[in-house]
Design a protein around this ligand. Structure first.
Ligand SMILES: Nc1ncnc2c1ncn2[C@@H]1O[C@H](COP(=O)(O)OP(=O)(O)OP(=O)(O)O)[C@@H](O)[C@H]1O
Ligand SMILES: [Mg+2]
Length: 317
């Protein structure tokens, strides 16, 4: 990989501390660059929290870490309303102000074990993440990273309802090394921890200015018509050839026809290009882990290879 690309410093920082998990690392990079939210789901102890913490500390951003739990109250995330009384000549004045919580102040936040939060708090929290506003006031948040363990057997394989799940443009599965039989990686982790000091700090490696520069570059990045056509084909193929519909998948127009273009551009930027190519449609892999049924997700490499097929979105007017 090209070390001149400053964004790759973030990747190097993750590689230094965590073996494997290339897809999770890529999803995190795409999310940080495009300023979209990321959902990582996987079994316990597969470095979900660790990777999220590394990328959050390595990017020089105002960071908020919150471990969600069954009794999480909204005020722990967004802050408290404080009411005070003041005496004046005209009598008593009652004032109220909000002492802002982490979600309203941070640029990047880690919502660890999101599936443990009660639905009521979660709905408000995710609405704020989506709108990036609190009572009409914009919040500085760039990216939220949520982690979760697998919890249910249904095809979504997680407990967020579809509207909430769709708030996370990037979605990826984190798989364990041992059950995935990654014995080479297992040896590397053992070697890493045989030589590692117990307290290693993560040095800051990418400044806010660099992230701003990258974000501005995304804005100007060209998406040639063949790539636009490839994206249209992707959705057409999933719906028409693989039978995806509202009951078995989550293909929202917002995510696939609007947000995905940012992720495709971020993929080009990470690859060191300033124009998107068909290769950047690989970015769709990092958006679909929990949006399409598992058996179709397993065929994604094959689907992504055939996107230059001439096929048009059928216009129904
Ligand atoms: N691939 C790996 N490379 C290096 N260290 C690893 C790897 N996998 C696990 N570890 C070690 O295991 C620890 C546990 O990881 P972490 O707490 O991030 O897991 P998690 O996926 O968040 O688990 P949980 O679902 O229980 O919250 C890490 O801090 C790290 O020390
Ligand atoms: Mg964790």
């Amino acid at each position: 990989m090209d070390n001149e690309n400053p964004i790759l410093k973030l990747k190097n920082e993750m590689d230094k501390h965590v073996v494997g998990h290339d897809q999770v690392k890529m999803a995190l990079l795409l999310g940080i660059i495009s300023r979209e939210h990321i959902y990582i789901e996987g079994p316990p102890g597969t470095a979900k929290t660790m990777l999220s913490e590394i990328i959050s500390s390595a990017a020089q951003l105002n960071f908020f870490f919150y471990q969600l739990h069954r009794d999480t109250r909204l005020s722990e995330l967004i802050g408290d309303l404080v009411i005070s009384k003041e005496k004046s000549d005209e009598g008593e004045i009652i004032k109220q102000k909000i002492v802002k919580g982490g979600i309203l102040k941070s640029e990047i936040c880690l919502l660890d074990d999101i599936s443990r939060a009660p639905g009521e708090s979660l709905n408000v929290l995710l609405r704020i993440l989506n709108e990036r506003k609190f009572f009409n006031e914009p919040i500085p948040l760039m990216t939220a990273i949520a982690t979760s363990n697998p919890t249910a057997d249904e095809y979504y394989n997680e407990p967020l309802d579809p509207a909430n799940l769709d708030r996370f443009v990037l979605q990826i599965k984190s798989l364990g090394i041992s059950y995935g039989k990654g014995w080479d990686d297992a040896r590397k982790v053992i070697e890493l921890y045989s030589n590692k000091s117990f307290n290693e700090d993560i040095p800051v490696s990418v400044s806010k200015e660099i992230l701003d520069e990258s974000y501005n570059k995304l804005d100007k990045m060209e998406i040639p018509s063949e790539v636009q056509e490839g994206l249209a084909n992707f959705v057409t193929i999933l719906v028409e050839d693989y039978g995806l519909n509202e009951t078995n998948s989550l293909i929202s127009d917002r995510t696939f026809f609007v947000k995905s273009l940012k992720i495709i551009r971020a993929h080009a930027l990470i690859s060191g290009r300033d124009t998107c190519t068909m290769e950047d449609l690989q970015a769709l892999k990092y958006m679909t882990a929990f949006r399409i049924p598992e058996d179709i997700y397993d065929q994604l490499d094959n689907i992504l290879q055939n996107l230059d097929r001439k096929k048009k979105i059928q216009m129904t007017s």
